[in-house]
Each structure stands twice: as structure tokens, then as C-alpha cells.
Design a protein around this ligand. Sequence first.
Ligand SMILES: [Zn+2]
Length: 448
Amino acid sequence: MTLPGDERGGARPVRDELSVPDPTAPRGDRRPAAAGPRPAAARASFQDMWRELSPIGRHADSGGYRRYAWTAADTDCRAWFRTQAEARGLTYEVDRNGNQWAWLGDPAAGDAVVTGSHLDSVPDGGAFDGPLGVVSSFAALDELRARDVTLGRPLALVNFGDEEGARFGLACVGSRLTAGRLTREQAHRLTDGDGVTLPQAMEAAGHDPDAIGADPERLARIGAFVELHVEQGRALDLSGDRVGLASAIWPHGRWRFDFRGEANHAGTTRLVDRRDPMLPYAETVLAARREARFAGAVATFGKISVEPNGVNAIPSLVRGWLDSRAADQATLDTVVTGVEQAAREYAGAHGIDLDVVRESFTPVVEFDHALRDELGRILGTDTDLKVPVLGTGAGHDAGILSGTVPTAMLFVRNPTGVSHSPAEFAAEDDCVAGVHALADVLEGLARR
Ligand SMILES: [Zn+2]
């Protein structure tokens, strides 16, 4: 792995503080986020970092990413983060929960402006969900240095561990632990599909699993957290904007449906004698779609496990996971209750036992209004640029932290609207616009 920008200026000389700006430079030289051409600093460092990160954890056949928490690919991503931090002379540290931090200024000074996202992925995920926010954080810092600004507050870049929950089934483990929304005991019970526990996986990757837990001192250092993320929908594409601001994250959760019947021979068992759990499961999938459509919400059975999982065997168990999200709590309750009631009716009709377990839940997150308004002002300072404000159905570390820390999110246009898939995309010009928006925001917040 090469250091960034040896020839192209991505790695800056090591400096403890950003230098003093040129007082003669007119304020109007600072251009807003989505405006036209900019100095090349951010683009060059973005390109360098993107190129380095791209091969890590990419699956040759699918073209998607398999960067699961505490695996070799995750370790490589984390090494990349550390290299970027150290190349810029930032103070690097790993917190008790395995989240990585890179500090400019004194971490203990308090009221820090923090930005970042995550580097892990869903199974065969896209390149942008998570990494765009982390890469943009470093590129925004490079942009600030190119602008030669002085910051009056500490600045930190962060890579939150295990955001997607792809391996252990619970999203945002790193930030949940830090915020005290997941206890050490609960985390220690998490187990992956191969029976490896979270503590075992952490230990194998060189992190002490007994150290994990709430970290209020760390959160108390943060004055504002801003996460930049690729949009996971098409609102910006439809509005024609490169960058948007988040208003809220929809309440969302995961429910496990266990349909239990009786395994038997697929050839010799008469249809009337079967107790086949696949049938009510299939009807429940359709019910989820129907309930979500009626309510203006979303509901998805995207993961299933079947026992004994034989082509010529009637299943004994069909376990399906429901993911559902809605703009408000009451709507989400209506959808999930409706799906469960339907599932119980179908299961009863087929002689099948059903258990429904809520595995995780995150209530609605309204991002800090004052911080959001301030970001809106910063991004519109020099022109009449209006940054659209969007709600999202996707969960984020920013949502977890928002209960404790003033938090905001920036979204970058994704023309396909596709996410959690190799088709996830953002054009380089839009990514660079995002970097500039983030740099504007960090500068505007930290100059105070
Ligand atoms: Zn993400």
C-alpha cells in the first residue's frame, strides 16, 4: 500500500495545526458546495484514496464488496485508515470499541468537530456506502489545508466499526457500544453464521473484547458530528442537486420469523399430510409487501434460512428476517403488526408453529435542528444555493450518536438510487462536490 499523493500532493507536510490564512484573501473566494470548478486539491487526494481503497475486499465474481467486521478485508481497510491518518500527521487512536480516530488538534480540548463514516460493507455491497464518507473526510481535510485556514476547534476523523451488521446481525455495533446503547454483555453474545462470537472475532483481529463498553468521556469531547454518505435513494437525482442535508432517519428494525413444521420426503409425502413451513412463509412475504404498500412504508424479507435445506426434503424450519422502516413510529407499528397477524393466520392454516422475535430496533432520529440550519447557512453562504433537506430510510452511525451529540448528515447524489449492491454509484464530480461541501461545513463549524 503506497502513501497517498506522494507526487500529487495528497499527503501534506506534517503540521500540528493548520496554518494562518491569508488575511488579504477576499471572503468571496470561498465557493459553496455545489458550485463550479474548484482547486484540484480535493479531487486529487480523493482520486488517490479511492484508487487505493477500491481493491480491498472486492469479490472477483460479483464485483461487490465483502468487508465484514473483524475479517481480513476489514483489517486491510483499517490499515488503510491508519496510513491515511499518519500520512497527514494526525494523532491516530483506536477506542475501546474498535472505532478508529484521527485527530487534528488536542483530543482532550473538547467541543471537537468530528466527521467520518464506516468502511465495512453488506454482502456484495457497493463501493460508496461508508467509504465515501471516510475518504471524503480525509479529502476535506486536505482541502482545508489547501485553503490554509485556521481551526479554532479540534477536528477528528472517524471510522466506526461494524456499521452494517453484516456478520453479527446487529447494525452500528461500534457506535452503539460507544453511546451505551449496546452493553458489553449483549455484544459478547453476538455470533456470526459460522458460530464465531464477536469476542472471538475481535480477539483474532487483535482487539481486546473485554475492553468494550460505553464511552461517555469520548462522546463528551464531541461538539458536532457530521457524516457524509452516498444517498440511498434518488431524491437528489430527481431534484438535480449534487449534495443534500438529512432531516431525519426513519424508525427501523429487524424481526425474525421462525416457521416450524415437519421435515419429510418431497416425493412420498402426500400434499395433505404435509406441514410445510415454506408455504406460510411465502404468503407472509407477500403480506409484507401489501402492508408496506398500503402504509407508504417499506418491508423486506431479504434473508432466509431453511432446514434441512435439501432439494428433496420438505423443510422443518423456515427462518425469515423482516426489515421494515417507515416515516414514523405509528406507521411502522401498523406494518409490522399487520405482517405478524397475517403470518399467524397463514401458519395456523398450514399447521405450522410461528415465533416472531424483534432482533433490533432504532426509533426515529430527528437530526439536530440548530446544527442542520447552521449547515444550511454554511452551504448557502456565498450564493443563493439551496441545499435540499431529505429524510432517509437507512440507518447510520450518525443516528446512533444523535441521542448524545449534535449530529448532521450530508448526502451525495446517487443517480441509480441503488445501494447495498455493486450498482451503487456516485459520479466523481458529485463526490468532489461532496468533499467541498464537507470542507465548507468543517471550516464553518470549526473556525468559530
Ligand atoms: Zn453506510
